[in-house]
Design a protein around this ligand. Structure first.
Ligand SMILES: [Zn+2]
Length: 408
């Protein structure tokens, strides 16, 4: 193992010591004492290479290597250190440690650069503590109004700002992140799926981050006796829901190559063996990187609900729960990442991210790119989450070369 790989490995291990559930995955909610331990470690490492540390709105942490040009827009790289409950050791962490190592290498190798190079830790990416994902980056970029932080609370009623203060974070640069502050954003992340592994690729380049629409569909019928109600007299919402769910699968398969739709939760009432159900509720999660295809899939699903319920004389309700737009990343940055990969004899795989990332938020301001490393068996958000250190180190090399070129 080379020195660089060893350093990345030991950073990952050092960060994951800060975990409130040792032995059953990693639990490190935003602003918990474990979170504070992990961010303190990274800040200390950034201090060692002379990076200027700023605490930015919402507790975003930035370590800056100043470039030769004063007040120039920065090349930003990084990810998050908060986790879901009982999550893995790599989600988010990989993006922070590769950014840290790339910054270290630039300092050690005395790389001259015109633009500032920033290592960033975004808080509350997962939304596990305060119930909203990508919160830190959304506030910093102004996508979400900063007043919201007064009312956003965790399960114990503690506000975001109080939790942030408790974690020893006081903002010393309260400026919002603007398009003029940043020249590019790069994030290394684990794939959290099995596409790369199944196809034998070591590096994925993300062309777009899928948009997501989540729906709640309720089908209403009449609860009745399972023995005394003839088939022709029934108004059974579960039979209607079953047909709709089959349609949803067909719609996703024919809409586009990257369309995915999932019915992940279904509630049936009264849920008795000998009673025809009276009401069924189910969720639908639809994703696509193409806004038009996403909208058309949702419209088709809505039409299918209407048709099937009319046919079977069932009532229905169709409620949109949440919606995020697809984000297309920069073709120029992706081409540069591809070039740097090929210089290392690596053929990267161009792909879509089905999961949301802070880079999707920052991409509203600047050119952005993401590098994915394979996840073993596609597992993530669980203790079994695993990515090979050699792949992480390779992603770091590609990141480093790219940042050097962008910041030159
Ligand atoms: Zn993540």
């Amino acid at each position: 193992m080379t020195l660089h790989i060893k350093r990345i490995q030991s950073d990952i291990e050092a960060i994951n010591i800060f975990n409130s559930t040792p032995g059953s995955g990693v639990t490190r909610p935003t602003f918990s004492k474990e979170y504070q331990g992990a961010t303190d470690y990274v800040v200390e490492e950034l201090n060692k290479i002379g990076a200027a540390i700023s605490i930015c709105p919402a507790g975003n942490i930035r370590g800056r290597l100043t470039g030769s040009q004063k007040d120039a827009p920065a090349i930003m790289m990084g990810s998050h250190l908060d986790t879901v409950a009982h999550g893995g050791q790599f989600d988010g962490v990989v993006g922070v440690v590769t950014a840290l190592e790339a910054a270290r290498r630039m300092v050690e190798d005395k790389v001259t650069h015109r633009l500032p190079v920033d290592v960033v830790i975004f808080p509350e990416e997962e939304g596990s503590r305060f119930g909203r994902g990508l919160l830190g980056s959304s506030i910093w970029t102004g996508t979400l109004d900063s007043d919201r932080l007064n009312s956003i609370k965790d399960a114990n009623g503690m506000t975001y700002l109080d939790a942030m203060a408790q974690a020893g974070l006081s903002v010393n640069d309260d400026r919002r992140l603007n398009a003029t502050d940043i020249a590019a954003m790069l994030e290394v992340h684990i794939e959290q799926g099995a596409v790369l592994e199944k196809r034998g690729y070591r590096i994925g380049l993300v062309e777009a981050i899928a948009g997501i629409q989540q729906l709640n569909i309720t089908i209403k019928g009449t609860a009745d006796h399972a023995g005394t109600t003839p088939m022709m007299d029934r108004s059974d919402p579960l039979q209607g829901a079953a047909r709709i769910i089959i349609e949803i699968d067909k719609i996703a398969r024919r809409t586009g190559p990257r369309t995915v739709a999932t019915v992940g939760r279904i509630i049936c009432e009264p849920a008795q063996v000998n009673v025809i159900p009276g009401l069924v509720r189910f969720s639908v999660d639809i994703r696509d990187s193409d806004k038009k295809l996403l909208d058309s899939a949702v419209a088709e699903i809505q039409q299918a609900v209407q048709n099937i319920c009319n046919e079977r004389q069932l009532g229905f309700e169709f409620v949109g729960m949440s919606e995020s737009e697809p984000v297309v990343l920069s073709a120029g940055i992706i081409n540069l990442l591809e070039e740097k990969s090929r210089e290392k004899d690596i053929t990267p795989f161009r792909m879509i991210s089905g999961a949301g990332h802070d880079t999707a938020i920052v991409a509203e301001l600047t050119r952005a790119g993401m590098i994915f490393v394979p996840s073993r068996d596609g597992l993530s958000h669980c203790p079994q989450e695993y990515s090979r250190i050699e792949d992480i180190a390779l992603a770091c090399e590609i990141l480093l070369e790219t940042v050097i070129e962008l910041a030159a």
